[in-house]
Design a protein around this ligand. Structure first.
Ligand code: OAA
Ligand code: MG
Length: 648
């Protein structure tokens, strides 16, 4: 290798590079000298990586002298895991693998302390404090990351109000990213309800008042015509997953407009903590087309556009510009996860972009996959097959019809009967009552497949009596709709009624865990979308499962990324469900759970990722070739590690 050490910056525009240099290729440009690639002698490893991302293994100046030349080939190296270049060395961090702390330039001193990607707070060693101009900027003590975790947990547990915990965690994410993820990974069961459902729901409702620093990318109607530019303002270039919302149906809380940003931010924290996708590869996006929420429009602290929602062409043009810009800027292999769109847009967007982009709707497909997994898991212990069951849903929106369709697909595949036949054991109730064939003309298109022959029924309890379901699933977004009467009727009809209250957050749950166990006299197999604490009933402890798409999307997305998949296929959802279901053990089921505990989630996600990737290869949709031999190991080894690096 030939490395000049007397150059500190190279002007990219003047170099003889095979690919035209573009800011998008280079992650550590000086903001003041945008064409200058810093070449520091101590940072050669990073510089050579940048070279390879520019498609070159040498830098030649205008006179033809070689400035940098590497012996390695320009593209793929052992640093390529999870499908893209590990520019920041985020994978497999170890204390003994020194790296250079890059940001826009080499970060040091005060800037290093304020750089969330590299800050270690009191964990900077004495040597690092000397080498990086930190002396005096920190109190004298040096502590380990483990002690920092202990201290932070101690602080969090002292907060009585969940929103205070949420704010403390968001503050940590913005000041010390690795510590944030270490906390979340090591204490996943305790902290999931803090950074995610249910607390994130309250945070979105109050987002304007608690807003300190912006997180994610805000794309409003004002950015029309400039979305590509907006994407380029984001500091990271190697994006693998985007979670996008337009805020119209945030959990079961309705239209929260621009304040829905808490959702993509929270979902992407889980992509990293639960699925091991690098934080720098995750991009939260909120599309702001206004809100119809009067309370927010009149709230002086509201952060979004103060207008009613744009609809029709104005809406679809903005979405289309966004979708096009994403593909143009990040290519075809970026996962775009639609989250918390209202029904009408959710189904249309999925259908429209499903054939041109790598899109996944978490509320339709993720929720479906997790619920199917719970049912398959339970059946492993009770015996029988899905085809022997009768399903009744309260709620016929994204989650309801998405789950119904995936159950029908699984039945159809396993029993080799036509899909239409498989749908016949599945019934849905919406706000107007049971969906029956006489209503077919007046209902939305996504409800039509479920309009079976039956006389109209208005009330849920009457529908339960008439249909006699073995499984009752709530996806209505309305709390307390599984009344005592409904649960008692389910318990009269079934020895072990399966009751799933999926609406979020806790306030919207169709019934609580305690109600389900009490009213069924301890016989219900119960799970809910939001977490409930274990319940004591007549001397026995029941542990309700959390049927939340958080079990699926992080591993599902990882599977897509690691295989370089370009389209989502329903068979991948079935593969994910099966991978999750087989990890339910008898000991879990005996306690009443139909999902394995979240504390093993990284292992669970790796298994899901492997199964999804395998299906992608089988379907010919994967582009990362050759196919890695051991996909599960490959998934595990490509996961982000939150341990601190040592800085040279
Ligand atoms: O965010 C959650 O907890 C699950 C979900 O997607 C929703 O309720 O919309
Ligand atoms: Mg959602």
């Amino acid at each position: 290798m030939a490395f000049p050490i007397d150059h500190t910056f190279v002007d990219l525009t003047k170099l003889n590079l095979p690919n035209k240099p573009h800011l998008g290729h280079v992650t550590n440009m000086s903001p003041f000298r945008p064409n200058l690639l810093p070449i520091f002698p101590r940072a050669l490893r990073t510089s050579t990586r940048l070279l390879s991302s520019l498609g070159s293994n040498r830098v030649v100046d205008p006179n033809g002298s070689v400035l940098i030349e590497t012996t390695t080939s320009p593209s793929p190296s052992p640093d390529v895991t999870g499908g893209v270049q590990d520019v920041y060395g985020e994978d497999a961090a170890t204390e003994d693998m020194p790296i250079t702390p890059w940001s826009l330039s080499v970060a040091s001193g005060y800037t290093l302390l304020r750089d969330p990607h590299h800050n270690k707070g009191l964990a900077f060693s004495q040597r690092e404090r000397d080498a990086h101009y930190l002396r005096g900027l920190l109190p004298p003590t040096v502590i380990s990351q483990d002690l920092q975790v202990k201290k932070m947990m101690h602080t969090l547990r002292h907060y009585q109000v969940p929103l205070q915990r949420y704010m403390a965690m968001m503050d940590l994410q913005e000041t010390n990213e690795r510590l944030f993820y270490k906390l979340l990974i090591d204490h996943v069961e305790e902290l999931l309800p803090v950074v995610y459902t249910p607390t994130v729901g309250e945070a979105c409702q109050k987002y304007g008042s608690i807003f300190l620093r912006p997180q994610g990318l805000f794309i409003s109607l004002k950015e029309k015509g400039k979305i590509l530019e907006v994407l380029r303002n984001w500091p990271e270039k190697n994006i693998q997953v985007i979670v996008v919302t337009d805020g119209e149906r945030i959990l079961g809380l309705g239209d929260l407009g621009c304040q829905g940003m808490g959702i993509p931010v929270g979902k992407l924290s889980l992509y990293t903590a639960l699925g091991g996708v690098r934080p720098s590869a995750c991009l939260p996006v909120t599309i702001d087309v206004g809100t119809n929420n009067e309370k927010l429009l009149n709230d002086e602290f509201y952060i979004g556009l103060r207008q009613r929602r744009a609809t029709g062409e104005e809406y679809s043009e903005l979405m289309h510009e966004f979708m096009t810009a994403v593909k143009q800027n990040y290519g075809e292999k970026v996962v775009i996860q639609f989250e918390d769109f209202a029904n009408h847009n959710a189904f249309d967007l999925l259908a429209k972009y499903g054939t041109t982009h790598l899109v996944f709707n978490d509320d339709i497909q993720g929720t479906a996959s997790v619920v199917l997994a719970g049912l398959l898991g339970a059946l492993r212990f009770v015996g029988g097959s899905l085809a022997n069951h009768r399903f009744l849903f309260l709620g016929a929106g994204e989650a309801g019809t998405g789950i119904a369709e995936l159950i029908a697909l699984e039945i159809s595949k396993k029993s080799q009967i036509p899909l239409e036949e498989a749908r016949k054991n599945i019934w849905l109730v919406d706000s107007k009552g049971l969906i029956v064939s006489s209503r077919k003309e007046s209902i939305q298109h996504f409800k039509k497949p479920w309009a079976h022959d039956h006389k109209p029924i208005k009330d849920l309890v009457d529908a339960v009596k008439a249909i006699k379901p073995t499984v009752l699933i709530g996806t209505s977004g309305v709390g307390q709709t599984f009344t005592q009467d409904v649960v008692e009727t389910m318990a009269e009809l079934n020895e072990k009624p399966i009751i799933l209250s999926l609406s979020n957050p806790t306030s919207q749950s169709e019934c609580t865990a305690e109600q389900a166990y009490k009213w069924s006299k301890g016989r219900a197999i119960f799970a809910s979308g939001s977490p409930f604490a274990p319940v004591e009933y007549e001397g026995k402890t029941y542990v309700p499962g959390q049927a939340n798409n958080a079990y699926i999307f992080p591993g599902f997305g990882l599977g897509l990324i690691m295989s370089g998949t370009i389209r989502v296929h329903d068979d991948m959802l079935l593969a994910a469900s099966e991978a999750l279901a087989e990890q339910l053990m008898e000991e879990h089921y005996e306690k009443g759970m139909i999902f394995p505990p979240f504390r093993n989630i990284r292992k669970i996600s790796a298994r899901i990722a492997a199964r999804v990737a395998a299906k992608a290869y089988e379907l010919g949709l994967a582009t990362r070739l050759p196919q890695p031999k051991e996909l599960e190991k490959c998934a595990e080894s490509s996961m982000y590690s939150p341990s601190y690096h040592s800085y040279r």
